[in-house]
Design a binder for this molecule. Structure first.
Ligand SMILES: Cc1cc2nc3c(=O)[nH]c(=O)nc-3n(C[C@H](O)[C@H](O)[C@H](O)COP(=O)(O)OP(=O)(O)OC[C@H]3O[C@@H](n4cnc5c(N)ncnc54)[C@H](O)[C@@H]3O)c2cc1C
Length: 392
């Protein structure tokens, strides 16, 4: 895709920012630990907070195209997801839900602090018994006059333990199905809110993931993002999560291609650089085409975003599906081309592969994305996923 001169400069800055952390990211992976506050602070100083957020709330007023450029280039240069978390926390899906909210009170209360990085905002949809199936979520919000009492358990929350705010999907007043789902913001210091560290993942290590427990947590009208009956609006903001995943898969593919291309030019076997073997350069050609195809789909989704800010379901789901399913194939082929050294901790590609595998279902499993794309392509046909009740 042709970038403007400003976008080329933005890309160069993102690459430079990621390069700063290339060495440190190896240690983060090994120890599964990072001083996230320091990393976030640095990305704020480098100008990567609130990319798509409106200027009146302290954001940069840029678009999803700049978000995607920054995300993929920072990951490519650093080899680490952690460096992209500050972008996610200040204009990813949580902040996007706040931006899209019709409730001015919640925007006034939180948006400026989120966009400027003062308060990090994570997103909590998944529950132990409901991952892909968001329509049956159980975390409850029960009206108590002018507010709601929240109860339940969320898991796999990226950024739990270090973010201050949690955009939490809840079911209002027991209303069944998607009609009952909305979202509220909860500050971690609210009475009844607690967190524990989640299970250790094979990839995206260093990024904290946690479980969130809500025990009679009270939220007021200025904590309401979206009430019941607006599930489609909520999912529109969630599309930013999918664009973030697209940036991740693009960055991972490019980083693997970079390291592998360099290796096969330096490594000699049978008296010639390995790249001179046809099977090797053909494989690199195929990878390069896969990267281009993913880039086209991802930038198409970013360019078509409503108000430059909210990616549209069909385009971003297609891009996320293509990137998420192809990135492990790309990193796997790169490992093969690098030979034995590829699967040692001395090289980056093994980490990229673990990250790629970890990313396949995050933000929507491939089959679930296919369901959603089918509904977009064939709007007249219903694709019910819920098992019909035996008594019907
Ligand atoms: C690294 C990582 C980070 C994450 N971060 C967050 C976060 O910040 N916040 C958050 O809320 N969640 C987060 N998650 C959770 C993530 O959104 C879920 O893992 C994902 O939605 C899938 O849910 P599940 O794991 O329960 O899989 P399940 O829903 O149990 O699905 C398992 C498999 O069943 C199949 N399947 C399920 N339903 C259907 C269907 N209708 N049609 C066809 N096949 C189907 C699919 O093949 C799917 O892969 C994260 C997950 C990971 C791995």
């Amino acid at each position: 895709m042709q970038l403007t001169a400003e976008q080329e400069e933005w890309k160069r800055r993102a690459h430079e920012a990621g390069t700063e952390f290339r060495e440190a990211s190896e240690q983060w992976d090994r120890e599964d630990k990072v001083d996230y506050a320091a990393v976030a602070k640095r990305f704020g100083e480098l100008g990567f907070f609130g990319i798509t957020a409106p200027r009146e709330y302290g954001g940069q007023g840029l678009t999803c195209v700049e978000y995607l450029i920054a995300m993929s280039e920072i990951l490519r240069a650093s080899g680490s997801w952690i460096c992209c978390e500050p972008l996610f926390a200040t204009s990813g899906p949580g902040p996007s839900m706040l931006m899209l909210s019709q409730n001015e009170a919640v925007r006034e209360k939180y948006l400026r602090d989120v966009v400027t990085g003062k308060l990090g905002c994570a997103i909590a949809l998944t529950e132990p018994d409901h991952g892909s199936d968001l329509t049956h979520l159980e975390v409850s919000a029960t009206s108590d006059g002018d507010g709601w009492i929240i109860n339940g358990h969320k898991n796999y929350v990226t950024g739990a333990m270090h973010n201050e705010l949690y955009a939490i999907f809840v079911r209002f007043d027991g209303i069944p199905g998607p009609r009952g789902i909305g979202a509220v913001v909860v500050h971690k210091d609210t009475p009844g809110f607690s967190m524990i560290k989640g299970p250790e993942f094979i990839g995206v290590r260093g990024i904290p993931h946690g479980d969130v427990f809500l025990d009679n947590v009270r939220v007021g009208p200025d904590d309401l993002i979206v009430g019941p009956g607006q599930f489609a609006n909520l999912m529109q903001a969630f599309n930013m999560e999918r664009l973030h995943n697209c940036g991740a898969s693009l960055g991972l593919m490019m980083a693997a291609f970079d390291e592998t291309s360099e290796h096969v030019q330096q490594r000699h076997q049978f008296g010639r650089p390995v790249i001179e073997f046809q099977s090797v350069y053909h494989a690199l050609v195929d990878i390069s085409i896969t990267i281009d195809a993913h880039r086209l789909l991802a930038f198409e989704a970013a360019r078509g975003a409503i108000d430059g800010r909210y990616p549209q379901m069909e385009a971003v789901s297609k891009a996320k599906l293509f990137g998420g399913t192809n990135v492990p194939l790309v990193t796997m082929k790169c490992l093969e081309l690098m030979g034995g050294v590829g699967v040692t901790y001395d090289r980056l590609t093994q980490r990229l592969h673990r990250d790629a595998v970890t990313n396949v279902v995050a933000g929507g499993a491939p089959s679930v994305l296919r369901n959603s794309i089918a509904s977009q392509i064939f709007p007249g046909i219903k694709f019910p996923q819920t098992k019909p009740r035996a008594d019907k």
